[in-house]
Design a protein around this ligand. Structure first.
Ligand code: UDX
Length: 431
């Protein structure tokens, strides 16, 4: 099929590249000329494992192209897939400016019978509004708007796209259903497709992300309790996760959730609840609990230090999680400035995050390795669980630190082993 993907962010690039790799002819379009220039030079503008290889392969076989303008470039596309950003708006709701702008622009150029797929995360009713906008601006009325939210995790995005737990498609129309089965047939089995109404499909994305965010804040609060009462959160997560009704995933405590989805989507769902007089009180606590968690991390670290004599801190990992360069809503954006306000000097190493993070984090000393970040520090703080951190030469780390104090907010090491190695080692919820 001939597909145009509008928006070259994580979702647009991963969807576009994976559809191209499954044999479709894909044009990725974005109005950011620098992004398009990079892509045309065979460079991926974000760090996501595997994307570079897919880009080269599908440029080579002619399945992938890039364009700056919607205009003529979407003519003859059977599918126009909208994957533009829906950032948090002024009141916490989703800002739909880019989606609606995109709807207005494509209306002029789509051919009859085009399927417009909304992959961006959008509140209930947005597909209806997109349909209205296109109707007002299009010379023909043979088009369909279908909701098809994306559930990929950054760092794991390609695998999530080609091995989905489910593909949610919001449409009631039988012809649309057949076209969508055809679109996905080389990616996944038909039995993985869940057809729902458009409105249900839109809400599934928000409910799914909000449910996962709830689990994380729950285990984080249980971890706090474990520290106070001398229990081990790893055992608690295992113990509750073995109950099939609960399951083992998304029960790892950490410094608070971040990223482009969980905080934004939970806030947007709270706003939808207010709008329709169906309060989402649980989620309000989730957002508050997560913000407080990020703020409390620096206090935990500072409590371990003698502020008169100890003010050098090394940080390992600043992105919101491992295997990405994404800094959006990363806990480090709260933790590092808090530490600096308390007179701490900060050295940082992140395997992929420096370029993005150095645009936002000020006055930090960027280091080229974990070993350099540990040199002469009074405390080493682990904020993300990059694989390379798990395989460090810990003797070398210890010998280069001024004080062998490690605060591990991802629980990547075994506490007994760390004590044996001579570290003062603190992790989360392993009282
Ligand atoms: C998420 C959803 O998982 C994905 O389905 C959706 O489409 C987009 O949002 P992503 O934001 O890329 O994906 O990352 P994810 O792996 O879900 O992690 C989100 C945040 O939760 C990160 O800050 C991560 O560190 C944190 N997290 C995750 C935990 O603290 N503990 C866990 O057990 C899992």
């Amino acid at each position: 099929m001939k597909i145009s993907v509008i928006g070259c962010g994580y979702v647009g690039l991963v969807s576009g590249f994976c559809f191209a790799d499954s044999g479709h002819k894909v044009t990725c379009i974005d109005n950011n000329d620098q992004k398009i220039k990079l892509l045309k030079d065979n460079k991926v503008p974000i760090y996501e494992p595997g994307l570079n290889e897919l880009l080269l392969k599908n440029i080579e076989n002619g399945n992938l192209a890039f364009e700056l303008n919607i205009s003529e470039n979407i003519k003859d596309s059977e599918i126009v897939l909208i994957a533009v950003g829906t950032p948090t708006g002024k009141n916490g709701d989703a800002n739909l400016t880019f989606v609606y702008q995109c709807a207005r622009e494509i209306a002029e150029f789509i051919s009859p019978n085009t399927q417009i797929i909304i992959k961006s995360t959008v509140p209930v009713g947005t597909c209806d509004e997109v349909e209205n906008i296109i109707k007002e601006n299009c010379i023909h009325s043979e088009f369909s708007v279908i909701s098809n939210p994306e559930f990929l995790r950054e760092g794991n995005a390609i695998s999530d796209f080609i091995n989905p737990d489910r593909v949610v498609i919001g449409t009631d129309d039988q012809t649309n259903k057949r076209i969508m089965i055809n679109l996905y047939k080389s990616i996944t089995n038909e039995d993985k497709i869940l057809f729902t109404s458009r409105r249900s499909s839109e809400l599934i994305k928000y409910a799914s992300n909000s449910m996962l965010a709830m689990r994380i804040i729950f285990i984080n609060e249980i971890a706090d309790l474990c520290e106070k009462i001398g229990a081990d959160v790893t055992d608690i997560a295992k113990g509750i996760g073995l109950d099939k009704r609960i399951g083992p995933h998304f029960l790892e405590p950490g410094p608070g959730f971040g990223g482009s989805c969980f905080p934004k989507d939970a806030r947007a769902l709270i706003e939808s609840g207010k709008k329709y007089d169906a309060p989402q009180t649980l989620l309000e606590s989730v957002i508050l609990g997560n913000e407080n968690r990020k703020k409390n991390i620096s206090k935990k670290i500072l409590n371990k230090l003698d502020k008169q004599t100890e003010n050098q801190i090394g940080i390992l990992g600043v992105t919101f999680k491992a295997e990405t360069d994404d800094m959006r809503e990363s806990p480090s954006l709260i933790i590092i400035p808090d530490l600096q306000e308390n007179g701490m000097n900060i050295s940082v190493y992140d395997p992929e995050g420096e370029k993005e993070a150095s645009k936002i984090l000020k006055d930090v000393n960027w280091k080229k390795s974990a070993y350099e970040a540990a040199e002469n520090v009074d405390c080493l703080v682990i904020l993300t669980d990059w694989e390379e951190f798990k395989n460090l030469d810990l003797d070398k780390i210890k010998n280069s630190m001024k004080r062998p104090l490690i605060y591990d907010f991802r629980n990547i090491f075994d506490p007994d082993m760390m004590t044996e190695l001579g570290f003062e080692y603190f992790s989360i919820g392993r009282g």
